[in-house]
Write a protein that binds this ligand. Structure first.
Ligand SMILES: [Zn+2]
Length: 259
């Protein structure tokens, strides 16, 4: 009930604005008017709901997405060599920069990694095959950057505004809304496959360099990780290349930053 009241309150100014626009159109173009009003009300509803999504709710959505990703992808069991290596190279990284981290490996042969806004970090075995420990650390630092700089959160809000997903997100479960299971797969696809902006990527690269310095890992590993990505070339099937800008340019820029 409270949600409905909040939603109506948020809608009122938008409806008023739409009414004003409508007044000039109303006589000759009534059908067009009602159509556009419907459109405006529809998107206003999504925007109003997205605007009212709390940080806590966003983290809950990320948690739900992380759980679903872990259901869809094989997590390396604790004694698996990938899990052992990853645990070793991320020793002491239970948290960083105030963010609680849960770093695990997927046994998936793709050069990929991601972080969710709830602090979940997943590194694919295909990436670990190609990269040294320090290069993996730089990729993790970059992913932490996306979380700390709230790029994922912004993207999530955008997805909630643009996607019809939120219309199915109203199922209350212990006070926290959930994205309907039937919609979750598509929603994850949308959020995971969308690219961050160039400036967000640059900011995350800088964050990674800061992370490497803070942890006393060699910053040059960031540049060599990019070299390796560049050498993999545009085959199209590589996760990190699909979602990230030209690695050769990133390597060049990072080398300049390192000096
Ligand atoms: Zn990135």
């Amino acid at each position: 009930m409270r949600t409905q009241i909040k939603l109506l309150a948020a809608l009122t100014p938008v409806l008023t604005a739409a009414g004003m626009v409508g007044a000039t159109l109303i006589a000759p173009t009534a059908p067009a008017y009602s159509q556009s009003l419907g459109k405006i009300v529809g998107s206003a509803k999504k925007v109003a709901e997205a605007a009212s999504v709390s940080d806590e709710q966003i983290v809950a959505y990320f948690g739900q997405m992380s759980d679903e990703m872990d259901r869809q992808n094989p997590l390396a069991p604790a004694k698996n060599p990938y899990a052992v290596r990853l645990a070793k190279l991320t020793k002491g990284l239970d948290s960083y920069d105030g963010l609680k981290l849960d770093i695990k490996a997927y046994l998936v042969d793709d050069v990929n990694a991601f972080a969710m806004g709830d602090g979940t970090v997943r590194v694919y075995s295909g990436l670990m095959d190609k990269m040294t420990d320090d290069e993996v650390r730089c990729v993790i630092g970059h992913e932490i950057g996306h979380v700390k700089l709230e790029h994922g959160k912004k993207r999530m809000k955008l997805a909630l505004q643009q996607d019809a997903a939120l219309s199915v997100a109203g199922t209350a479960s212990s006070g926290v809304k959930r994205i309907a299971d039937s919609e979750l797969g598509g929603f994850i696809q949308g959020v995971m496959n969308a690219q961050h902006s160039q400036s967000a990527e640059t900011a995350s690269d800088d964050y990674a360099l800061g992370f490497m310095a803070a942890k006393q890992y060699p910053q040059t590993a960031c540049a060599t990780a990019m070299d390796k990505l560049a050498a993999l070339g545009g085959g199209g099937g590589i996760g990190l290349l699909k979602t990230h800008p030209d690695p050769a340019k990133r390597a060049k820029r990072m080398r300049k930053q390192i000096g």
